[in-house]
Design a protein around this ligand. Structure first.
Ligand code: UD1
Ligand code: MG
Length: 461
């Protein structure tokens, strides 16, 4: 099938330098979502998709943000003379023997199943996606054969061209439609701009189709949220909430327990095992997988993270690009940065930051530490206040700690450094050379007591 996505509009009311269709819903631009839905629709219909995106305002920026998707065809509409004129620009790329589906880059929540049903209902004719709105103001009204809402569609009348009786009709045009491509080409060529807005209306193809005795049907969408468009930041915020509610619902359906389905944000893909609990205020980005029994405390941010079963993440933790085993305890206020790998039963406590480091099974850093570019053996304990000094101002260096090491509090391990298995490092040590296994190494000034010393006294004034 051919799929045209209209995305030339400016979106003045967004009050933004960014083209409207590049604004994100749940972390992905509206246009990217519509393109995904377009592909999914073709897939559901068992057909290939030739996707043409009509761009205008911010054309270069829109085009370049999809540079890697080489199957997309972009055409520029300059100037923007209406929706019919926009679709006309795409016609050179369309195949006549398959139907054309028209979508909007700023209507991001429409479902592929809805579109597949619309294509099905069109047959060889035209089919419109319509919706009943309590307040139809501003939309094109659907004029049906019967005033009771049955039968074929006679015409679409735009708000500004409608009379009072027509304005009372609550069934409106969503803009999304299917048409036979060869005929569409012919109808678009015959459009006129003799109307209240002086534009070439795509909607006028309905009257043209009727003149040619082509059937025009309409299917009413069950969920009006699917047809919502974005013209302002308020509408963008509303659609974001609608989308997040959908995601929360599917997490609940998958068996997750959400402390409050209205207080979770997923900006990517979150998969959950059985008996996962997610407290309020958490944000999930990129691809996050939580295995069975994972507990996520309130106000955590997890981006591109894999978490093993029964791991507990306490409040206010921030994980990015980390791989976490089973039965790990982390947080509150833990930070994992890219390349952090925690094996099973590792404990990471408050104000501990781990970057590009592998902590083996049962290793612990329970308070106030920085672990960077390190390998930490099994059961090794990193005392409070320990810093892995991995950066010499020019290059990063690695630290290698064996199993069962005990690093005393407030130590600095100056990398590159190796610490042998079972070694103990005295508290407050600054370690600048390798530490042997199973011995106590202390690298700090000895405590001295000065005999005969007197505390200074305040001089009399
Ligand atoms: C259009 C429909 C109306 C429908 C409404 C649903 C027409 C004539 N009217 O009205 O029946 O109820 O959508 O929201 O089609 N665009 C271009 N190039 C243009 C003009 C528009 O790409 O020259 C794009 C816009 O970026 C937007 C979409 O087409 O994404 C719709 O344009 P808009 O001006 O909002 O149409 P409406 O007047 O709202
Ligand atoms: Mg308009």
């Amino acid at each position: 099938m051919n799929i045209v996505i209209l995305a030339a509009g400016q979106g003045k009311r967004m009050r933004s330098a960014r083209p409207k269709v590049l604004h994100p819903i749940a972390g992905k631009s509206m246009l990217a979502r519509v393109i995904e839905t377009a592909r999914e629709t073709a897939h559901l219909c068992g057909s290939g998709a030739r996707i043409v995106v009509v761009v205008g305002h911010g054309a270069e920026e829109v085009r370049s943000s999809f540079a890697s998707q080489t199957d997309l065809q972009f055409v520029e509409q300059q100037p923007q003379l209406g929706t019919g004129h926009a679709v006309l620009q795409a016609m050179p790329w369309m195949a006549d023997d398959v139907p054309t589906l028209v979508l909007y880059g700023d209507v991001p929540l429409v479902r592929a199943q809805t579109l597949a049903a619309l294509l099905d209902s069109a047959g060889d004719g035209v089919s419109l996606l319509t919706v009943n709105l309590a307040d139809p103001t501003g939309y094109g009204r659907i004029i049906r054969e019967s005033i009771h809402g049955g039968g074929e569609v006679h015409a679409i009348v735009e708000e500004r061209d409608a009379n009072d009786a027509q304005r009372r009709i609550t069934e409106v045009n969503t803009g999304i439609l299917v048409a036979p491509t060869g005929r569409l080409r012919h109808w678009l060529a015959g459009l006129s701009n003799q109307n209240a807005q002086g534009e070439y209306y795509l909607t006028d193809i309905v009257a043209a189709a009727r003149r040619d005795h082509v059937q025009v049907t309409a299917s009413v969408v069950a969920d009006p949220d699917e047809t919502l468009g974005v013209n302002s930041k308020a509408q963008l915020a509303h659609l974001e909430r609608v989308f997040q509610q959908r995601t929360a619902q599917s997490l609940l359906d998958a068996g997750a327990t959400l402390a409050d389905p209205a207080r979770i944000d997923v900006r990517g893909t979150l998969t959950v095992g059985a008996d996962v609990f997610i407290d309020v205020g958490c944000v999930f980005e990129g691809t996050v997988a939580l295995a069975d029994g994972v507990h996520v405390g309130p106000y955590c941010v997890l981006r591109d993270v894999v978490v093993g079963s029964d791991t507990v993440i306490h409040a206010f933790s921030h994980f990015d690009g980390a791989h976490i085993g089973a039965d790990v305890i982390a947080g509150p206020f833990a930070r994992l940065r890219p390349g952090a790998r925690l094996d099973d039963a590792v404990h990471i406590g408050n104000f501990v930051e781990v970057k590009a480091s592998h902590l083996e099974r049962g290793a612990k850093a329970n308070h106030l530490a920085y672990v960077g570019d390190a390998h930490v053996g099994a059961r090794t304990n990193i005392g409070a206040g320990t810093i892995f000094a991995n950066y010499d101002g020019a290059n990063k260096h690695r630290s290698e700690l064996g199993a069962d090491v005990h690093v005393g509090s407030n130590s600095v391990l100056v990398a590159p450094v190796r610490v042998g298995e079972g070694a103990t490092i005295g508290a407050g040590s600054t370690v600048t050379r390798d530490v042997p296994a199973r011995k106590l190494t202390v690298a700090r000034a000895r405590a001295v007591t000065v005999e005969g010393w007197n505390r200074p006294e305040k001089k009399p004034r």
